[in-house]
Write a protein that binds this ligand. Sequence first.
Ligand SMILES: Nc1nc2c(ncn2[C@@H]2O[C@H](COP(=O)(O)OP(=O)(O)O)[C@@H](O)[C@H]2O)c(=O)[nH]1
Ligand SMILES: [Mg+2]
Length: 328
Amino acid sequence: MPTADGHLARVLADFRAGKVRGLARAITLVERRDPLTRQLFEALGPPAKSPLVIGLTGSPGTGKSTLGDAIVALSRKAGLSVAVLAVDPNSPFTGGAVFGDRIRMQRHALDPGVYIRSMGARGHLGGLSVASREAVRLLAAYGFDLIILETVGVGQSELEVAGIADTTVVVMAPGLGDGVQMIKAGIMEIADIFVVNKADLPGYERTMQEIRSMQNMGPKLAWKPPIVATVAARGEGVAELKQAVERHQAHLAASGEGKERRRRRLEEEAADLVAEWSRVAARKLVQEDPKLRRRLENEQAPYGVAEAILKEQGARLVPGVSSKEKPK
Ligand SMILES: Nc1nc2c(ncn2[C@@H]2O[C@H](COP(=O)(O)OP(=O)(O)O)[C@@H](O)[C@H]2O)c(=O)[nH]1
Ligand SMILES: [Mg+2]
């Protein structure tokens, strides 16, 4: 049986040598929420450079994957290395690719400057945002210039995932009529740029108009998200989208909001990690510790036990430092 430490050492060696296998295995550790994850990041240290992270979100079928592909093509022409991370909170762990992305991967299979990966999360105790942030961090450490983060839909966890990006692009398409739904879902707030894709189909102007009037109903913002029309399937409008992303990046830098966002993201990541670590460890504790079980039974309420776990078990909730020696 291979030991966990042996596995980590191999993953690290491959990763540092720039072997895709190392990257893929590292992301699988993250996806599975493996306790080795922490050692992995400690060993890697902070990434040397911070790539641009573009989030693509929107209802299924609007063309996010197609658009992502078009962005990859454009960026490759400019000599940038690109990673695409497709995140699906409703899929089980994929350990690699879901069907649609496998087809995409084949298209870029011979290009070492492109990496495409799906990540699922069903069965996670925590949300997907911790895993997604960590996967992005791995892709950054590996050295990609651009990371495209694609989410499957617009539920709460997709919004969280989109919040990891430097620039969040909300992709819409004509005829889906999801305007009101968007407002309800909180999409207006997270969009840095709107894309109306499938501009080859009738009705796209109306969709653009709908977004514009929703923007006019909302508060006045320092950055008014531009609306870009694209035909992703033909690569049209993608250069305009790239320009919009650059303008947004310039705004983030000039206004100081970029720095503020990065700070907030780290704060959220720290809090999310606390939640994830304690949830996993606490669940085990309440199932295995007869004292805690008795207390729950007696009190018929969770508060005393929850407080006791945090107070008395604090350090033991951290994965990898509970029972055995502290990992190096
Ligand atoms: N007519 C038209 N179809 C498109 C365009 N972009 C993507 N599609 C099609 O829309 C469907 C969904 O695209 P996909 O990229 O998988 O959407 P996703 O679910 O948002 O990732 C596919 O059949 C695409 O070929 C476009 O610009 N115009
Ligand atoms: Mg897709």
